[in-house]
Design a protein around this ligand. Structure first.
Ligand code: ZN
Length: 133
């Protein structure tokens, strides 16, 4: 896809987020914010045998943060936690497919940060969204 198509894809996910809403009896609920931009994400997960069986999110904020969450939710469903533990900036930027500047990096990575903090604890996030990256 070229940049325009990626851009259109981001807007589509922003306007029609996938896996948006609440799960029944989620195993994990975790909320995090990106105060720089006012983005908020709450993820809900159902986990069985260390695999994500269902994933959903709610939140609001800029198009990058919400599209990133929507795309990530589609990807993580059915994936083993062991694989997701290795996810970082690269995986999310691959999904988004556009160049993300330093200011928007925290927006793009908020969903992954929320996921990792929810599953493994806030100390699992090693600051990949730091401004100097
Ligand atoms: Zn944002």
């Amino acid at each position: 896809m070229n940049d325009d198509l990626y851009q259109a894809n981001i807007i589509d996910h922003y306007q029609h987020p996938r896996h948006y809403g609440h799960l029944e009896n989620p195993d994990i609920v975790y909320h995090d914010v990106n105060p720089n931009c006012g983005d908020e994400i709450t993820i809900e997960l159902k986990i069985e045998d260390d695999v994500i069986r269902e994933a959903s999110f709610t939140g609001h904020g800029c198009s990058i943060s919400q599209a990133s969450a929507s795309m990530m939710m589609e990807e993580i469903q059915g994936k083993p936690l062991a694989e997701l533990r290795g996810w970082g900036k690269e995986e999310i930027l691959d999904l988004l497919g556009v160049k993300i500047g330093p200011v928007r990096m925290k927006c793009a990575l908020l969903p992954l940060k929320t996921l990792k903090a929810g599953v493994w604890g806030p100390s699992n996030w090693d600051g990949e969204d730091a401004d100097d990256m």
